[in-house]
Ligand binder design. Structure first.
Ligand SMILES: Nc1ncnc2c1ncn2[C@@H]1O[C@H](COP(=O)(O)OP(=O)(O)OP(=O)(O)O)[C@@H](O)[C@H]1O
Length: 243
């Protein structure tokens, strides 16, 4: 196991009631997932909708002490208790070093996170988020504020579909910032559908498909292949799809 990572892996106890007595046992990928080892500073989980990416990220985040709706360890707001019980059946293997910065971001509850920052109302605290309420910034601007101002390096960042808000050029800004943070000893665990984001070099890509988590080369991912085919000849693809 890579010792210099903050999260080195996890184990799932399939006999735990939290797992066996819930819908989790019906998610094909989880059924065959006993242990998982992180090897790189950036790990992507990709795959079709509903294959279990968010479930795994959320359990990793909750097991590591984060608020299930997102934020750092200081956030404890909850707007609805919809997170799964996987964290009760999961044991996270931590590295030797502890991260000095942690953040769990999920696109779907970003709005609630922004409200919570406003409620805290401390200007010094707000400064970390670019000095302006995240509600007064666009979705993409506020996410970039988070990456540029709040993420400080030496951090563990668990991001669920961070591309949701970003234009292609801002996605490139994110890639550059991510690289800086990786060089400052950070670890990223990301669920994504973005072929641009998953192009980040020296990352591991795991595809959730056919009941397995399979390490896959970037060029072999469906995201890369389908997007490339589409962009090579959009007219031909549209003709095929629409006629
Ligand atoms: N509360 C729940 N009750 C029953 N099934 C659920 C519940 N929450 C999620 N599921 C199911 O668990 C499976 C995995 O969901 P998850 O959100 O982890 O998928 P995902 O890979 O992140 O999908 P997407 O790419 O669409 O975000 C899905 O089939 C989903 O329908």
């Amino acid at each position: 196991m890579a010792k210099n990572l903050f999260i080195r892996g996890f184990r799932i106890d399939h006999a735990a009631p939290a797992y066996s007595e819930s819908y989790l046992s019906k998610i094909p990928v989880l059924r065959h997932l006993d242990t998982f080892e992180f090897r790189k500073k950036v790990t992507f989980f990709v795959g079709e909708n509903g294959t279990g990416k968010s479930t795994i990220l959320e359990a990793l985040a909750v097991s590591s002490g984060y608020n299930p709706e997102g934020g750092s360890k200081n956030f404890n707001f909850a707007t609805s208790d919809t997170h799964s019980n996987l964290y009760r059946a999961m044991r996270v293997v931590k590295g030797i070093d502890r991260p000095r910065d942690v953040f769990f971001l999920r696109a779907e509850s970003f709005y609630n996170l922004a409200s919570n920052i406003d409620e805290i109302g401390d200007p010094l605290f707000l400064e970390q988020y670019g000095g302006r309420s995240l509600h007064e910034q666009s979705h993409g601007e506020s996410f970039l504020s988070l990456m540029l101002h709040r993420f400080r390096g030496n951090g563990l960042y668990i991001l669920d579909e961070p591309e949701a808000a970003l234009s292609p050029s801002k996605l490139m800004t994110m890639l550059a910032r991510m690289h800086e943070l990786v060089n400052q000893h950070s670890q990223f665990i990301i669920a994504t559908h973005s072929p641009m984001l998953m192009a980040y070099p020296n990352a591991d890509i795991y595809v959730l498909a056919e009941g397995a988590l399979k390490k896959t080369l970037y060029e072999d991912t469906e995201h890369y292949i389908v997007t490339r085919h589409f962009l090579e000849d959009p007219k031909k693809m549209l003709h095929y799809l629409l006629d």
